[in-house]
Ligand binder design. Structure first.
Ligand SMILES: Cc1cc2nc3c(=O)[nH]c(=O)nc-3n(C[C@H](O)[C@H](O)[C@H](O)COP(=O)(O)OP(=O)(O)OC[C@H]3O[C@@H](n4cnc5c(N)ncnc54)[C@H](O)[C@@H]3O)c2cc1C
Length: 309
């Protein structure tokens, strides 16, 4: 049905936001870390908050599905792509600092925010120096590593709700928990976030960042496309250890395999598809359940439509 309406939607969108930020039938593969995914009916990458707001309002009023995309590092987009509108937030990438607070647009790389903090001798965001997501994706996921998480440093986030209204959510209102936040349940879109840090010593901050980078590079298969840790940490266990003990490292479906370097990662080694990812995930979940009676829940988001036969 959406296809028949597509021309009207395009005309409406072109009247609402600058033409050059709208792409039709855009392949999404190039925007995901797994290098998989079909096409988006409409792919829009606004440079201004008002444009995000206009599009969200329009989508709500016309019952058009809208999907938010950050840096694509925690997402598998199915091979049939995404119907409706995909809103990329990556162009909202400003980073501004005042005293010990850094305010960053949702499209800024959290790695760049971490570096900015270091440059200003502010401590607290060292843990994020190797997380390849955007600020919006990091808030959505309450991203964390090596004992730190977004929850420790975020002050507030500005968001837009499903109807297109702009809100500012305090630390508590964000309900940040292990790889979870209110952004997920309310389908908010993050516009910007403010991080409150602590004055520190630049050399010490750099040392921590160097150490974490070394640990990450030695353990993670960063040379291949992947989506980071595929599974959440099951209570009382480590997903990677269970997968390793199940002797699944190197197990391959199509072009995707369980990393031989880090069992918690699945790497796209040979033109793998989203279907390969999904089938490998299901296989690993099944084997781990059978062998250890532990249910592995996905951390990575899988969205979009399967390929039509
Ligand atoms: C090599 C590698 C290492 C990783 N290491 C870590 C790690 O140490 N710790 C960790 O926590 N994660 C890690 N990840 C996972 C990933 O980087 C994080 O989850 C990150 O926060 C995702 O951000 P993103 O911008 O890429 O989000 P995307 O993958 O683009 O999206 C993820 C989800 O967030 C939503 N989203 C994105 N932006 C917005 C927005 N502005 N508003 C509303 N919703 C939004 C999307 O709709 C989607 O549901 C790793 C991934 C890779 C590939």
């Amino acid at each position: 049905m959406l296809h028949r309406m597509s021309t009207n939607i395009l005309q409406d969108l072109e009247q609402m936001v600058p033409k050059e930020i709208i792409k039709v039938n855009e392949p999404l593969k190039k925007y995901t870390y797994t290098e998989t995914g079909g096409i988006a009916d409409f792919y829009i990458s606004p440079k201004r908050y008002e444009d995000v707001q206009q599009v969200v309002k329009y989508a709500y009023e016309h019952d058009i599905p809208v999907t938010y995309l950050g840096n694509g590092s925690n997402i598998i987009i199915r091979d049939g792509g995404i119907r409706g509108i995909v809103l990329s937030l990556l162009e909202l990438n400003h980073i501004q600092a005042a005293d010990a607070t850094i305010v960053a647009g949702s499209g800024a790389a959290i790695i760049d925010v971490s570096r900015k903090a270091r440059d200003l001798s502010l401590t607290g965001l060292e843990f994020a120096c190797g997380i390849p997501g955007s600020v919006g994706g990091a808030v959505y996921m309450n991203a964390g590593a090596y004992g730190g998480e977004i929850k420790d440093v975020i002050d507030y986030a500005r968001v837009i709700d499903e109807k297109g209204d702009m809100l500012q959510l305090t630390h508590n209102e964000l309900a940040l928990d292990y790889r979870n936040s209110i952004i997920q349940s309310e389908h908010y879109v993050v516009l910007e976030a403010a991080f409150t840090l602590t004055p520190g010593k630049q050399e010490a901050i750099q040392e921590v960042m160097d150490d974490l980078t070394e640990r990450r590079e030695s353990k993670q298969p960063l040379e291949y496309p992947s989506c980071g840790s595929v599974f959440r940490r099951p209570p009382g266990h480590f997903a990677g250890k269970l997968i390793q003990d199940a002797e699944l490292q190197g197990h391959r479906v199509g072009g995707v395999e369980v990393s031989k370097k880090h069992a918690g990662f699945m790497v796209n080694v040979d033109h793998g598809t989203a279907t390969d990812y999904e089938n490998l995930i299901k296989h690993v979940q099944q084997v781990v359940k059978e062998k250890f009676d532990v249910t592995l829940e996905r951390e990575v988001r899988i969205i979009g439509e399967p390929l039509e036969d």
